[in-house]
Design a protein around this ligand. Sequence first.
Ligand code: GLY
Length: 379
Amino acid sequence: MTQENYIVALDTACGLLHNDLAEFTTQFQSSNSVHSFYEKSDNVEWTTGFCTGEYWLAWEHTHDDAFKKAALCQVDSFLQRIENKIDVDHHDMGFLYVPSCVAAYKLTGSGTAKKAALLAADQLCSRFQEKGQFLQAWGALGAKENYRLIIDCLLNVPLLYWASEVTGNPRYREIALAHTATSMANLVRPDHSTYHTYFFDPETGTPVRGSTQQGYRDGSAWARGQAWGVYGMALAYFYTRDTKCIELFREVTDYFIARLPEDGIPYWDLTFIDGDEPRDSSAAAIAACGMLAMAPHLEEKEAAHYRAVAEQLAAALVEHCAVRDPAVSNGLLLHGVYAKNSPYNPIPADRGVDECNTWGDYFYMELLTRLTTDWKMYW
Ligand code: GLY
């Protein structure tokens, strides 16, 4: 595909978003579509920041102030949400507040956005566990059955690096560094696949065991988890310059690439490399963004390799998953999976299987933006 093709794909995405601005400004898209259509949602769950992030990306691409207006309206909602502590007792403050409010602050200098994002950073820090040195993902703080981190959180910690930068308070960064070090020490297996989650002993902080929440089984590599690992390692390197992050990036990325089926869209769990299990398009978009984020920090030959894979993934997404017709879907990227039940993991109910999801849409736009501009990242 050429640059022109990616620009056309981004134009299409922005056009689709523009069609639905009236519907999704004071309310948000639900986390996943149902029969390919998002319903309206209040500002709850971990995913609403992606809607705002898409508007910022669309504004950067089109310069159409309708997107900026909608995004700033949503920033107000994010301030209310954190001030009133609505559905924020979890670690996903980065997913919520980086593409919405940190982006708003970086792009417009919005004081509301800065205030909201700093409150969210404080909320995230409140989940730091000294015993084990990690940010507890979910549940009551300190509860044994929830005393764990998850790989996704590597995308939450950039909120803390940003908070240290804008406040001058080193504590946010120290927590981010400690959490990242604990994640790196425990989540990557010897074969370079990754655990989704890792438990610690609440009394001693000792690592106990890896497990999955959304993957096929504890010992498998949930595709999106592996993709969070790819992007997470690139971000970890960006903020720490620790060369160990580059090594881990190579390991988890090469594992991800080796498990891609021929058409380039990963199955929802990397256990599967063929057959008719559902795909998770969002994992491809996330991993490709991670490869492009890491490339500038690698030697040119290696950078060219990961850029080429990212372009193959982008081409596959445009060809097989991109929405072109608003009669088909009000999302941007088809064929994602939010959560899928398996014989080995009965915890999650099937949700958003073979559907659009808001993070898939967001990272698809970020990927196209990265491929067509010298993008200054929100993360
Ligand atoms: N961070 C939750 C997920 O990827 O489903």
